[in-house]
Design a protein around this ligand. Structure first.
Ligand code: 3HC
Length: 310
C-alpha cells in the first residue's frame, strides 16, 4: 500500500500539483518542510528587531508610520508561516521553544546591527530585495499552505523593498553626511545579504532533495546571481557603490561576475557567533516570557467559554 501511496505522491510532484496537508507524504518530505517553514517563520519574527530599534527614532511621523507598518507586516508574515507549519502537525509553542533554545535556526542576516537610520532603508532595499528573489519562486513550492502563504507575503514584500529604496533616494538627494550614511550602510549589509541565500550549491546538503520534491525551485547560487543582477542597476541609479571590486558585467554569461562571500563568516553566524545572535535570541525569550500572562488569560477565557456552552 505504501508503494501505491509513494507512487501517487511522486506523480503529484511530477505533475507540479500541490501537496495538501491531508495528502499522504513521505515522512522526510514533511520533516524538511517543518524545518524550512518554521525557520522561515522564526526569521520573520526575529527580523522585526533590527528595524524595530529605529521606530522611536524615525525622523518624521511619515517615516515612523511607514516603518511601523513594515515591522507589523513582518509579524504577520511570521504568523502566516507558523500557521502553515502547524498544518504539518507541529505546535507553534514548541517551535518557539526550539528557537529560544537554539535548536532551530533563523536567517543569518538578522544577526547584524542596524547602526544608523540609513540601515532602515538599506534593509528594505537589500534584505527585502533578497527576500523577494528567494520568496517569489516559493509561491510555486509543492506544499499548498506554504505556497499560499508566500503569495500573500510577496505582495507585502514589494512594499517593503520600495519604501526602503525611496527612503535611500531621499537621503542621497540630501547632505554629504546623509550620502555617507547610506554608503556606510550599503558597505555593511551587501555581503551579509548575499550570504542570506545560503551556502554555495556545492556545500548545500538540502538543495538537491528539496528540488526533487519541488520544495525549492531554484538553487542558492542561482537566486544569489539573480539578486546581484537585479541590484547592480538599482545601486547605480541610487549613486552608491557596491563593496565588491570583482563585481563586473560579463557579457558572455549575461550576468554579473562577483567576488566570493566569506563562507566562514556565514558558518560562524549560523552557529550562533554573529555580532547580534545572543541579543536577538534573548530579546525573543524575554518577549515570550513577558507574554505568558496573555496566553494564560486567553486559555482561561477559552475554558470559561467552553464550560458555559456545556
Ligand atoms: N541563515 C541561517 N541558516 C541558513 C542560511 C542562512 N542564511 N542559509 C542556510 N542555512 C542553513 C539551512 O537552514 C541548513 O540548516 P538546517 O538543515 O539545520 O536547516 C544549512 O544551513 C544548509 O543550508 P542548505 O542550503 O542546505 O539549506 P536549505 O535547502 O534549507 O536552504 C534557505 C536554505 C535558502 C534559507 C532555504 O531554507 C529557504 O529558502 N528558506 C525560506 C526562505 C527564508 O527562510 N528566508 C530567510 C529570510 S526571511 C526574510 O527574508 C524576511 C523578510 O521579510 C525580510
Amino acid at each position: 500500500a505504501d508503494e501505491a501511496l509513494q507512487a501517487e505522491f511522486d506523480a503529484r510532484i511530477a505533475a507540479n500539483q500541490r501537496v495538501e496537508p491531508r495528502d499522504w507524504m513521505p515522512e522526510a518530505y514533511r520533516r524538511t518542510l517543518v524545518r524550512q517553514v518554521s525557520q522561515h517563520a522564526h526569521s520573520e519574527i526575529i527580523g522585526m528587531q533590527p528595524e524595530g530599534d529605529w521606530i522611536a527614532s524615525a525622523p518624521s511621523l511619515r517615516r515612523k508610520a511607514i516603518l511601523l507598518a513594515k515591522v507589523q507586516d513582518e509579524a504577520g508574515h511570521g504568523l502566516y508561516l507558523y500557521a502553515a507549519a502547524e498544518t504539518l502537525g507541529v505546535d507553534r509553542d514548541d517551535l518557539t521553544e526550539r528557537l529560544i533554545e537554539g535548536r532551530q535556526k533563523y536567517s543569518s542576516i538578522f544577526n547584524y546591527p542596524s547602526l544608523s537610520y540609513a540601515d532602515v532603508g538599506v534593509i528594505g532595499w537589500l534584505v527585502d530585495g533578497a527576500a523577494i528573489c528567494n520568496q517569489v519562486p516559493l509561491c510555486r513550492t509543492s506544499f499548498g499552505p506554504y505556497a499560499r502563504a508566500m503569495v500573500r507575503i510577496c505582495k507585502e514584500e514589494s512594499f517593503h523593498q520600495r519604501q526602503g529604496y525611496e527612503l535611500l533616494m531621499r537621503m542621497m538627494e540630501g547632505t554629504e553626511g546623509q550620502r555617507r550614511m547610506v554608503q556606510d550602510a550599503v558597505d555593511r549589509w551587501w555581503w551579509p545579504s548575499l550570504m542570506m541565500f545560503g551556502p554555495p550549491d556545492a556545500e548545500s546538503p538540502n538543495t538537491q532533495q528539496s528540488m526533487t520534491w519541488g520544495i525549492k525551485i531554484d538553487t542558492n547560487d542561482d537566486l544569489r546571481q539573480r539578486f546581484v543582477d537585479m541590484t547592480v542597476p538599482q545601486a547605480e541609479r541610487l549613486g552608491v557603490t557596491l563593496p565588491d571590486p570583482d563585481l563586473v558585467w560579463n557579457a558572455e554569461r549575461g550576468h554579473h561576475d562577483f567576488g566570493t562571500p566569506d563562507w566562514d563568516e556565514l558558518k560562524q553566524v549560523i552557529k550562533g557567533d554573529g555580532p547580534k545572535n545572543a541579543e536577538r535570541v534573548s530579546r525573543r525569550r524575554a518577549a515570550h516570557e513577558k507574554g505568558a500572562w496573555v496566553r494564560e488569560a486567553a486559555t482561561a477565557y477559552a475554558r470559561k467559554q467552553q464550560e458555559a456552552t456545556v
